[in-house]
Design a protein around this ligand. Structure first.
Ligand SMILES: [Zn+2]
Length: 272
């Protein structure tokens, strides 16, 4: 049973996804420059992703973190050079049992696939801590001929970063701009603030042609940006939405085009 799914999107870029269910992946991007590679996120750490990407390139790897959630940083302890939001890392570094949290998350996501759960349990990265360099908006990562630029889009989490490679028009957006954005109170940002950040991002990178998000293994299409902005607009103006159950409890769901946004009444505006 394969734990990873891997597709090549251009000469030097691969999507490497933890294959949890046919409709649910934890997707990482591996970009190979002339001097070094970047691995954007490391999934839940269901197996040794460091060994996996070594088969694609032997060059040194810098790990870039879209946001500090367990399904994006699980494989981080396998690497030596990591960039992540210091603000989010400070809140993350507690005493709780991070391995148990990842296993519980995976068990729920596997929806009863006991065989795969057993395999993951024996391969999972057991270490949960790692050292990191603070990540900031507009940081540039020169991989040798290939350049990635960090852009902060607070919303899904307090900071949340996306990484853009202007030359190819590829943007690796984590859970920031995606078909199912979760803008929930525990993350500390409002729907309104999120919308402003997405708008600034879209204006800053007119060359973006492809979006690769944290839980799909395909180009989700740049229309996602416009649909996201429409969702925000409609929610802020006051839409009548249904409450649905999600992994984080009950939340309102607003749909526009390809985007289905989850939010809570308390998170529409700042301080409301
Ligand atoms: Zn995620």
């Amino acid at each position: 049973m394969e734990l990873y799914q891997c597709i090549k999107i251009n000469d030097y870029t691969w999507l490497v996804a933890e294959d949890i269910r046919p409709d649910f992946k934890n997707t990482c991007a591996f970009i190979i420059g002339k001097k070094r590679c970047a691995l954007i996120d490391t999934g839940c750490g269901i197996a040794n992703i460091r060994e996996y990407v070594k088969k694609l390139s032997n060059l040194p790897v810098v790990v870039l973190t879209t946001h500090v959630h367990l399904d994006h940083i699980g494989g981080h302890p396998l690497f030596d050079t990591i960039y992540a939001s210091a603000l989010e890392m400070e809140k993350w570094e507690g005493n709780s049992d991070r391995l148990k949290e990842r296993l519980n998350f995976l068990k729920a996501a596997l929806e009863g696939n006991g065989r795969k759960y057993k395999l993951i349990k024996s391969n999972i990265v057991r270490e949960s801590t790692f050292s990191y360099h603070p990540l900031a908006d507009r940081m540039i990562f020169d991989l040798g001929d290939i350049v990635l630029e960090a852009a902060m889009i607070p919303g899904h989490t307090e900071e949340s970063f996306v990484f853009v490679e202007r030359k190819s028009g590829n943007a690796f957006v984590g859970d920031s701009v995606n078909p199912t954005p979760w803008i929930l109170d525990e993350n500390g940002k409002s729907v309104e603030e999120y919308g402003k950040a997405v708008k600034i991002f879209a204006e800053r990178f007119p060359e973006i042609r492809h979006l690769y998000s944290g839980h799909c293994i395909r180009d989700i299409g740049i229309q996602t940006i416009q649909d996201t902005l429409c969702c925000v607009d409609e929610i802020v103006k006051g839409s009548k939405d249904e409450r649905v159950n999600c992994y984080a409890g009950k939340a309102f769901q607003h749909i526009h085009g390809s985007v289905s946004m989850l939010y809570r009444q308390s998170t529409i505006r700042k301080n409301s």
